[in-house]
Design a protein around this ligand. Structure first.
Ligand code: FAD
Ligand code: NAI
Length: 466
């Protein structure tokens, strides 16, 4: 049996690619080395982290906000084991859902490690060591990414953990030290802080969330500080020594200088992720990678070897599930003779903390660096009726529009439900819309989305409620 397409890896990039290709009539197989589908995202990433963020948020609400609403529930207690079972239920529901969808779309599934023996040949080695070689016209590599390691720091997933271990903790650490103030550090730091941990974040740069709009990051850091997060910015960890049940970190200024030590019960290493290509046999067949180890692809996701394509975290671009999914759809469509395409200018990014942070398009820093003249429209949730009525007034919406054409170039939100609100900006930008377009679209009252409309009106200094 020869396939039209074999996809290696069934994360959001791979399984979506396989399903789309099957919808378009291709004969498709997938190869997955885990026992379940869904990759990093469903098993140890997006899905379990959001379950813990949800549970810990509900706990904190009960602890700190219910009283103001007139609700008394006594002192809430957290049963971490039960919370972890809730998380697992969500993970299982999702991974089984993917299994069902692959079956429904008649995609053949091979569990085992995939290696590209040659263009058109994928060797699958199952856990029990049995081997088979599958023939195919095309191969899509969707093998994702792995945790970036700090040299000299061993991750044991108990005391020194990656995101995977931080999602599995069996009790609330008294003190959690997070290395890296990126998305993982702030999301998982939030989970354990809400449940009672003292959280100290050590970040190499002099700001949190590099890549996000600086104004948003600065304000968000202040909000996290009010919640109890402690930040050591411009600092590097030079040593992590395991001691008894915890660890001692040696930290010094990034630019060098006197060091200090910090004791921790758990250390979370969250300094980024790296592309994962181990065992694929890429060097043997000559597939080119860049200096960061990412598989190099052209505008059609093709590698330098004919018939071999790559998508998702293993190639350049933001390491996000929806980016991987869109690339999966695009490459499947290209392979079926259609015009698959991803608009990299309009990929939203969301940090699922409370408040949430969401962003799409260019930041002010990027526009300045590119010499593009822009107008800013900013509207605070403090002036939004719905936000006031539910006591969620932190944050703002900021719209950056081209000074000459009014085209929306970037939207940055920090505030409740920012991760949902951002999508009206995504749609506007996908259609090449202007701030005027958003400002003149009727928004239901009372909604948080009205803050987006008012920010658009503020671009021309005509917001009503400010
Ligand atoms: P992956 O999901 O990594 O899947 C790759 C698959 O390939 C894996 O199942 C792996 O087992 C398999 N594989 C690898 N090599 C082989 C081989 N040789 N043979 C067979 N199979 C192989 N992104 C978001 O957009 N939103 C979020 O909220 C979010 N939260 C995250 C939270 C955490 C804690 C982490 C770690 C990541 C999060 N991400 C989030 C990022 C997201 O998980 C990734 O961007 C996404 O999973 C990438 O998809 P992918 O298909 O490229 O790779
Ligand atoms: P990240 O790239 O978001 O942040 C890493 C942080 O660590 C940066 O601030 C960086 O400056 C800092 N850093 C790097 N080396 C350091 C060192 N030696 N000492 C101190 N600080 C150091 O990476 P993160 O948080 O690990 O997440 C990995 C990927 O997973 C991200 O690319 C993200 O896109 C994805 N992800 C997405 C989520 C979402 O969409 N909500 C949630 C979680 C992860």
């Amino acid at each position: 049996m020869s396939y039209d397409l074999i996809v290696i890896g069934t994360g959001p990039g791979g399984y979506v690619c396989a399903i789309r290709a099957a919808q378009l009539g291709l004969q498709v197989a997938v190869v997955e080395k885990r026992k379940t589908h869904g990759g990093t995202c469903l098993n140890v990433g997006c899905i379990p982290s959001k379950a813990l963020l949800h549970a810990s948020h509900a706990f904190e609400d009960a602890n700190t906000h219910f009283d103001k609403l007139g609700i008394s529930v006594g002192t809430p207690k957290m049963d971490v084991k039960k919370m972890q079972a809730f998380k697992q239920e969500g993970v299982d529901g999702n991974t089984k859902g993917v299994e069902f969808l692959l079956k429904k779309n008649k995609v053949d599934v091979f569990f085992g490690l995939g290696r590209i023996a040659a263009a058109g040949q994928v060797e699958v080695t199952a856990d029990d060591g049995t081997n088979q070689v599958l023939q195919t016209k095309n191969i899509v590599i969707a093998t994702g990414s792995d945790v970036a390691r700090l040299p000299g720091v061993e991750i044991d997933e108990k005391v020194v953990v990656s995101s995977t271990g931080a999602l599995e903790l069996e009790s609330v650490p008294k003190r959690l030290v997070v290395i890296g103030a990126g998305v993982i550090g702030l999301e998982l730091g939030s989970v354990w802080r809400r449940l009672g941990s003292e959280v100290i974040v050590v970040e190499y740069l002099d700001r949190i969330l590099p890549g996000m709009d600086g104004d948003v990051a600065k304000n968000f850091q202040r909000m996290l500080g009010k919640q109890g997060f402690q930040f050591k910015l411009g600092s590097k960890v030079t040593k992590v020594e395991k001691k008894g049940k915890g660890a001692t970190l040696t930290v010094e200024p990034a630019a060098g200088g006197a060091s200090e030590t910090i004791e921790a019960d758990v250390v979370l290493v969250a300094i980024g992720r790296v592309p994962y290509t181990q065992g694929l046999g890429l060097d043997e067949i000559g597939v080119q990678k860049d200096a960061k180890g990412r598989i190099q692809t052209d505008a059609h996701f093709s590698t330098n070897v004919t018939g071999i394509y790559a998508i998702g975290d293993v190639i350049a671009g933001p390491m996000l599930a929806h980016k991987a999914e869109d690339e999966g759809v695009a490459v499947a469509e290209i392979l079926a003779g259609k015009a698959g395409h991803v608009n990299y200018d309009v990929i939203p990014g969301v940090v699922y903390t409370a408040p949430e942070v969401a962003s799409v398009g260019k930041t002010e820093e990027e526009l300045k660096a590119a010499g593009i003249a822009y107008n800013v429209g900013k509207f605070p949730f403090m002036a939004n009726g719905r936000a006031k009525s539910i006591g969620l007034t932190e944050g703002f919406v900021k719209i950056l529009a081209d000074a000459a054409t009014d085209k929306v170039l970037g939207v940055h939100i920090v505030g409740a439900n920012a991760g949902e609100l951002i999508h009206e900006a995504v749609i506007a930008m996908e259609f090449g819309g202007s701030s005027e377009d958003i400002a003149r679209s009727c928004h239901a009252h009372p909604t948080l989305a009205e803050a987006v409309k008012e920010a658009a009106m503020a671009v021309e200094k005509r917001a009503i409620h400010m």
